[in-house]
Design a protein around this ligand. Structure first.
Ligand SMILES: [Ca+2]
Ligand SMILES: [Ca+2]
Ligand SMILES: [Ca+2]
Ligand SMILES: [Ca+2]
Length: 294
């Protein structure tokens, strides 16, 4: 068996046989071209290069749980049956369907294939959650002012009074005309962190006469909601949180380590092969109602 030991150079790889013929090819996979399909239990990752040669590098992972939800690094041992890597060259351009459709297309045909015999697949997931509530909140902080389980940076109602932060900040603050967020009762606690915004002794969440979990639409005196009117103290015992929403985006990077690729008569060893990154592998809006705990 011909052997060649290569330390991977990120964008290109050439290897030659002992007889001097150049067999492969440039590995020239775009780092931002990682793609995937599949579901919990079986994911396929692939990176296609149709620019200079019709070639692909792919990884099938089986027996996984749900991926992409939690930040961190997961490692998977490669083998030739359940967690498999393939490097392939084709006789024509190859599409995503080749990897993702239930019935793979008949064409193009594979002209050269290497199978991963061993190695490690290292999947790094980065998650960002944002509430877009008008504040520049510290995404490294564990602060959860209202104790509802949603950290402030992805909690759109930071004080848990059922009036969302973007409303409680005030228009003047949002458009840059006020230096500080609104503090209706002047007690030194900004409304978005104040559970009793008018300081009348009835918390804002309870000044919700119609009980729709929205204190902004309850006006005993026209033009001013009860929760901002210290002359009105309606009490409606509501110990529930409103529905919350925040954006959830996860990005991934996939690297193959100590990879041993074999074909019928060759073996390649690579210390590191970066299969690339995929931004927004999940890009969605999460809605949930935090559990109210006394
Ligand atoms: Ca919270
Ligand atoms: Ca917030
Ligand atoms: Ca408030
Ligand atoms: Ca009031």
């Amino acid at each position: 068996m011909k052997k060649l030991f290569i330390i991977f150079a990120i964008s290109s790889l050439c290897f030659a046989c002992n007889d001097g013929d150049i067999i492969v090819t440039e590995f020239d996979f775009d780092e931002l071209n990682l793609n995937n399909c599949g579901d919990p239990g079986g994911y396929t990752f692939f990176n296609i290069n149709n620019s200079f040669a019709a070639e692909s590098i792919s990884l099938i992972l089986t027996n996984t749980g749900v991926l992409f939800l939690d930040p961190g690094v997961e490692e998977y041992e490669l083998n030739s049956s359940t967690n498999t890597v393939n490097y392939r060259k084709f006789n024509d351009d190859v599409s995503d369907d080749y990897f993702c459709s239930n019935i793979p297309p008949i064409t193009p045909t594979v002209t050269l294939e290497f199978l991963g015999e061993s190695g490690i697949a290292e999947l790094t997931t980065t998650v960002s959650k944002l509430d877009d509530d008008g504040l520049d909140e510290d995404i490294t902080s564990d602060l959860d002012t209202d104790g509802d389980g949603l950290l402030n940076y992805f909690d759109e109602d930071d004080d848990g009074d059922n009036v969302i932060t973007v409303i409680e900040l005030g228009v003047d603050y949002l458009n840059g005309e006020a230096e500080n967020p609104k503090d209706t009762d002047g007690d030194g606690i900004y409304d978005y962190l104040d559970i009793d915004d008018d300081n009348d002794g009835v918390i804002t969440r309870y000044e919700d006469a119609n009980g729709d979990l929205d204190p902004t639409n309850d006006e005993t005196q026209e033009g001013i909601p009860d929760y901002l009117n210290s002359a009105i103290s309606n009490t409606n015992l509501i110990d529930q949180f409103r529905l919350h929403s925040y954006s959830f985006i996860s990005d991934i990077n996939l690297v193959l380590l100590d990879l041993v690729l074999i074909s019928t008569d060759e073996e390649i060893i690579q210390e590191t092969l970066n299969m690339g990154s995929q931004n927004g592998v999940i890009n969605t809006t999460v809605t949930e109602t935090p559990e109210f705990i006394d």
